[in-house]
Write a protein that binds this ligand. Structure first.
Ligand SMILES: O=C(O)CCC(=O)C(=O)O
Length: 207
């Protein structure tokens, strides 16, 4: 099943007009596989509220997170840090599927994954770039969504150019090239969304 879907992974044209590449692969799991993964992620991941330092103030986010990886490395971002948990079998299977999906265009072996849980549309993620030194330059980030459809937006740091897309159940996008140097991204809030969404961003820590 996994191989069948991996062979169907065909990205759309680059969503960005310049200074980076974002490829949309659409849904990369069957509906029932995506449902199974969502159920697993909601029930089995030890979700914790995140902390961040914003304008010098430490805040606890409504959104919850979990961090997994090959090794118990520390990941530092937004003035806070987390130690990776060891992969579960299901997360490893999802990672293998994502790597197979994108292999033709951006062969990558991810060694870590940040998981975000948005309970409903009142929770989002503010504008930011994944440009931590630990990810190196021109990093490849594969972002996989399960659950409620949410609006994902990109904004160019200098020109303010914007691009938006809806991320749906089982959908995969890949950000690569100079995207993190030149663009910020965000998950927009919406009072109309009452269901949870889980997002997995597969990353490669280089340092
Ligand atoms: O939930 C999403 O789709 C975005 C996640 C994100 O921006 C991040 O983990 O840096």
């Amino acid at each position: 099943m996994t191989d069948l879907f991996a062979s169907l992974c065909q990205p759309a044209e680059n969503l960005l007009p310049f200074d980076g590449i974002v490829n949309d692969y659409g849904p990369v799991f069957s509906a029932s596989q995506a449902d199974d993964h969502l159920r697993y992620l909601l029930a089995e991941i030890p979700w914790q509220h995140d902390e961040a330092v914003i304008y010098g103030k430490r805040i606890v986010t409504a959104r919850q997170v979990a961090w997994y990886g090959d090794a118990a490395f520390d990941y530092r971002y937004s003035g806070t840090s987390r130690t990776a948990l060891p992969w579960t079998n299901t997360l490893l299977a999802i990672k293998t599927h994502v790597e197979a999906c994108i292999a033709a265009i951006s062969p990558t072996r991810f060694n870590s994954c940040l998981l975000n849980l948005y309970a409903d549309g009142s929770q989002g993620m503010a504008w930011h770039s994944d440009d931590e030194a630990s990810l190196g330059r021109d990093t490849v980030i594969a972002s996989l969504s399960f659950g409620a459809t949410r609006k994902f937006a990109l904004r160019h740091k200098r020109s303010g150019d914007k691009r938006e897309m809806l991320l749906q159940h089982g959908q995969l996008i890949v950000m690569r090239g100079a995207t993190q140097s030149h663009w910020q991204h965000a998950i927009m809030k919406s009072s109309r969304i009452h269901a949870p969404r889980v997002n997995l961003t597969f990353r490669t820590i280089v340092a």
